[in-house]
Design a protein around this ligand. Structure first.
Ligand SMILES: *Cc1c(COP(=O)(O)O)cnc(C)c1O
Length: 381
């Protein structure tokens, strides 16, 4: 089955009790047993829920994986993955990763004796030099947030082949429609399904997909033992969002390409970050590992002050000033004060994340209206 068909059909059957074509929301905490230990595979809803089971089967198919495990948020999914590590273990991550992931790793897991390194992974030699005998996991985010750097997933996997090191890819920015890391050799894929997978800005949700059965068993154990499970209504919303993911993401990408060209040519824009540009340092790798170049665009201003950034941020009407991404509506954000406020300023500046950097999540509105909205906002500087 190809992607668009899997999005709508994989793992999904009409409800056997009624024929309902849509997966029911099994809003229940427990299941009645015929006799002690005799049940239909469902005992208690932290452990299993039929709405969640359908979603997990569907997500596994979309990432070309064997198993998916769902969580109450993207960070709960990362949290479960980090719980598989032990004190003394080391994890190497991309250096311009999602601010919340950085916070969870450094501030919370750092104190449990796990060591984190943050390196620029668009340069393989930095990564190679950081690997040592305690390295247990490599955390890849690509395209990165908000600088839209590209990491070569296959090159990272090849580098650690044969070593006891797991490669995990946060695939949130690409979505499984654009990029399937397991096919490139990654061991684990993680998503904030809050973004492109859900796609309608109406649910917080996370998932992990893998082909490694024993790792999946560990995660399922953690899912039940720690209990950060999504509710059935949230699973339903994600399932519903997935049915249009390929159409939504395709349109977002088409719009983003047009917006990126527009910004690049604008006299008040000093730099536009978009992996679809031929002169973007990660363009060739992106073209190889992604189906299209994504719906995210970041840009900086010629007179790069926070005041000018604020003028743009507060004068768009269609682009809403908000955190998050990947919904049908376009969003505009200021990473320095919003998503990346928990990262120290010196660290931010090192990767080009200035006080005037603006990040766009391009939605699926009419692109002419989006362009006019940005043109008007840039005129206010
Ligand atoms: C949003 C996001 C997360 C965190 O997901 P939540 O669902 O908000 O917990 C992790 N990684 C990336 C790249 C994200 O964009």
């Amino acid at each position: 089955m190809k992607f668009g068909t899997k999005a709508i059909h994989a793992g999904i059957e009409p409800d056997p009790s009624s024929g309902a074509i849509m997966t029911p929301i099994f809003q229940t905490s427990t299941y009645v047993q015929d006799a002690p230990g005799v049940h239909k595979g469902y005992e208690y809803a932290r452990t299993q829920n039929p709405t969640r089971t359908v979603l997990e089967k569907n997500l596994a198919a979309l990432e070309n994986g064997k198993r998916a495990i769902c969580f109450s948020s993207g960070l709960a999914a990362l949290d479960a993955i980090l719980k598989t590590l032990n004190p003394g273990d080391e994890l190497i991550s991309t250096n311009d990763l999602y601010g919340g992931s950085y916070r969870l790793m450094n501030s919370l897991y750092g104190k449990y004796g796990i060591k984190f390194h943050f390196v620029a992974m668009d340069n393989m030699s930095d990564l190679e030099q950081t690997i040592n005998e305690n390295t247990k996991m490599i955390w890849v985010e690509t395209p990165t947030n908000p600088m839209l750097n590209i990491v070569d997933i296959k090159a990272v996997c090849d580098l650690v082949k044969g070593k006891d090191i797991q490669v995990c890819v946060d695939n949130t920015f690409a979505s499984p429609y654009l990029q399937t890391p397991l096919d490139l050799g990654a061991d684990i894929v993680m998503h904030s399904a809050t973004k492109y997978i859900g796609g309608h800005s109406d649910v917080i949700h996370g998932c992990v997909v893998t082909n490694d059965e024993s790792f999946a068993d560990q995660l399922q154990y953690i899912q039940n033992a720690a209990g950060a499970v999504p509710g059935p209504q949230d699973c339903f919303l994600v399932l519903r969002g997935i049915k249009t993911m390929h159409v939504r993401v395709q349109r977002s990408c088409e719009n983003a390409a047009i917006i990126a060209e527009f910004l690049d040519a604008h006299p008040k824009v000093s730099k536009t970050y978009y992996p679809g540009f031929k002169n973007h340092p990660g363009h060739a790798v992106a073209a190889k590992q992604m189906r299209m170049f994504g719906g995210m665009v970041s840009f900086d201003l010629v007179d790069g002050s926070e005041k000018n950034a604020n003028a743009v941020l507060s004068n768009t009407h269609l682009f809403s000033l908000a955190e998050s991404l990947g919904g049908v509506e376009s969003l505009i954000g200021h990473p320095a004060s919003m998503t990346h406020a928990s990262i120290p300023r010196e660290e931010r500046l090192k990767v080009g994340l200035t006080d005037s950097l603006i990040r766009l999540s391009i939605g699926i509105e009419d692109v002419d209206d989006l362009k006019n909205d940005l043109a008007h906002a840039l005129d206010q500087i």
